[in-house]
Design a protein around this ligand. Structure first.
Ligand code: UD1
Length: 419
C-alpha cells in the first residue's frame, strides 16, 4: 500500500518537463506484436502501466530492453499464448492485445481489461469491428477468445456508433495486416490515434486519414522494425498547467504540443488564466482572481474528459458558480466527494458536478479513486492549508511519470510513503 503525504501551501516555481503520452504508449507497445523486427520507442514515460505492458510482452516471449526513456522491443521470439489473468486485468489498455494478436495470429485469448472505474466502459465497438473482419468471439471464464477459424482477417467497412479512442486504435491494429481495405467511419480524432498510425505506417502499414473521422487502411503482408518518438502527454501537460494556474509562482511547462490542448487552454483563458505560449512550452502564473466557468467534455478536439478532474481544484478557487458535464463518462464524479472533504463547495447534482467559489482548501485524509481523480487530489493537497494524506495512490503512479520528483523540484513538500 502506498500513500502520498503533502504539506500544502508552498509556493511552487521552476520548470517541469512533460513525458511521452500514456494513452499513446499503451497502444504502441502492443502494436509491436505486429512487427517482424525490433521496434524502438523513445520518450516512454516511467509509469506503472508501461511496467505492466512490458511484463505481458516478456511473458509472451518478446525481449525488452529499457534505457532511460527508450524501450527496445524485439518481437521475434513472440508466441501467441492465452493471457486470461494477471497484469492483463490491471489496465484498461490491455484491450489492445485483442487487436494486435488478432492482426498477427488470427486468434487471441485475453482476459477482460481493468482500469479506472469511470462508470460503464463497454467494448462492444471493438468487438463489432473484429466481427466485421471475420473474427468470432466466445467467452471462457474471465477471458475472451477471438478467432478467425484459420481464415485471414478481411478488411471491412466499420461505422463506429460512438466516437471511441480504443475501438478506433484496436480496429487499426487488427486491420493493418488484414486482406484488403478497411474503412473506419466516425473514427476518433485524438492525437494518440495519429501517433499509433504513424508508428504503424513507419513499420510499413498503409493507413490514411488518422486524425480525421474517416480512416482507410490497406492491409499489407508484413511489417518491419522502426524507431519512433512518442508524442508528449497532453493530459500530463494539462494537469501541470492547471496546477500552475492554481498555485504557481511562475512555472514553465516544457515539451508541450500546444495545439493538442486548445480546447483546454480556451477554457482556462475564459477563467482569466494568463499563459505565455512558446514553440514547445507554456509559462503559467497564478492570477489573483479567476471567474467560474462551465465545462462540457467531448471527444477531441473538445475539452478532454481526462482533464475534467485535474482542473476541478483550480475551478474551486474561482469566483462564482459553475458546473461540469462529462458527456463521455457521466459517472466520472468520484473526485467530488473527496474534494468536498477538503472544504471545497462542490457536489453532484444528477450527473452534473456543481461548484461555488472561491474556496480555501484545507488538508484532509482522502482517497484516490481513479487515476485523474488522484491527480486532482494531489493538486488540491498542494493548494490546501495543512497536511493532506492521499491513499490508493497506485492509481496515480499508473499514469504520471516521476510525479513526486517533478513536484519536489518545483518546491512542493510531498512524499510517497510505502506501508
Ligand atoms: C480512452 C483513454 C481514456 C479516456 C477515453 C476518452 C486510453 C487507454 N484511455 O479510453 O483515458 O478517458 O479514451 O477520451 O487511451 N464506448 C462504447 N463502446 C465501446 C467503446 C467505448 O460505448 O466499445 C463509449 C464509452 O463508454 C465512452 C465513449 O465511448 O462513453 C468513449 O470511450 P473510449 O474513447 O472508447 O474510451 P477508451 O478508449 O476506453
Amino acid at each position: 500500500m502506498k500513500k502520498i503525504v503533502i504539506n500544502g501551501g508552498r509556493p511552487l516555481k521552476g520548470e517541469v518537463t512533460i513525458n511521452g503520452a500514456k494513452n499513446s504508449v499503451v497502444a504502441l507497445i502492443p502494436a509491436v506484436i505486429l512487427a517482424d523486427d525490433i521496434v524502438t520507442l523513445d520518450g516512454v514515460p516511467a509509469i506503472s502501466d508501461v511496467d505492466s505492458l512490458i511484463d505481458i510482452m516478456e511473458a509472451m516471449g518478446a525481449k525488452v530492453k529499457r534505457s532511460e526513456d527508450s524501450l527496445e522491443i524485439d518481437p521475434r521470439g513472440l508466441k501467441n499464448m492465452p493471457m486470461p489473468y494477471g497484469k492483463i486485468n490491471s489496465l484498461r489498455a490491455s484491450y489492445y492485445f485483442y487487436g494486435s494478436l488478432l492482426g498477427r495470429y488470427g486468434e487471441a485469448t485475453v482476459g477482460l481489461p481493468g482500469g479506472c472505474d469511470l462508470g460503464p466502459r463497454p467494448i462492444d465497438l471493438h468487438l463489432k469491428a473484429f466481427e466485421a473482419m471475420g473474427a468470432r468471439m466466445t467467452m471462457s471464464g474471465n477471458a475472451m477468445h477471438l478467432a478467425t477459424g484459420g481464415q485471414p482477417l478481411k478488411g471491412a467497412s466499420i461505422y463506429m456508433d460512438t466516437v471511441s479512442v480504443g475501438a478506433t486504435i484496436n480496429t487499426m491494429l487488427a486491420a493493418v495486416k488484414a486482406k484488403g481495405r478497411t474503412i473506419i467511419e466516425n473514427a476518433a480524432r485524438e492525437p494518440e490515434i495519429i501517433d499509433v498510425a504513424t508508428l504503424l505506417n513507419n513499420m510499413g502499414a498503409h493507413i490514411r486519414g488518422a486524425g480525421t473521422d474517416i480512416i482507410t487502411i490497406e492491409g499489407v503482408e508484413r511489417l518491419h522494425g522502426t524507431r519512433h518518438q512518442v508524442i508528449p502527454d497532453r493530459i500530463e501537460a494539462g494537469t501541470y498547467i492547471a496546477l500552475a494556474a492554481a498555485i504557481g509562482h511562475g512555472i514553465q511547462i516544457s515539451n508541450v504540443l500546444y495545439e493538442h490542448l486548445e480546447g483546454f487552454i480556451a477554457k482556462l483563458e475564459e477563467m482569466g488564466v494568463r499563459m505565455t505560449v512558446s514553440e514547445d512550452s507554456v509559462f503559467v502564473e497564478k492570477q489573483e482572481s479567476l471567474r467560474a466557468i462551465h465545462i462540457k467534455t467531448s471527444p477531441y478536439p473538445g475539452f478532454a474528459t481526462d482533464l475534467q478532474q485535474p482542473i476541478t481544484p483550480l475551478l474551486l478557487t474561482a469566483e462564482g458558480h459553475g458546473k461540469i458535464i462529462d458527456t463521455i463518462y457521466e459517472k466520472r464524479v468520484n473526485h467530488v466527494a473527496e474534494l468536498a472533504k477538503m472544504a471545497g463547495r462542490i457536489a453532484t447534482k444528477g450527473d452534473q458536478i456543481v461548484y461555488e467559489g472561491p474556496n480555501q482548501l484545507q488538508g484532509a485524509s482522502v482517497k484516490a479513486t481513479d487515476l485523474r481523480a488522484g491527480a486532482a487530489l494531489v493538486i488540491a493537497g498542494l493548494m490546501a492549508e495543512g497536511r493532506t494524506e492521499i491513499t490508493n495512490v497506485e492509481f496515480i503512479l499508473r499514469g504520471y511519470s516521476n510525479i513526486i520528483e517533478k513536484l519536489t523540484s518545483l518546491g512542493a513538500d510531498i512524499q510517497l510513503i510505502e506501508e
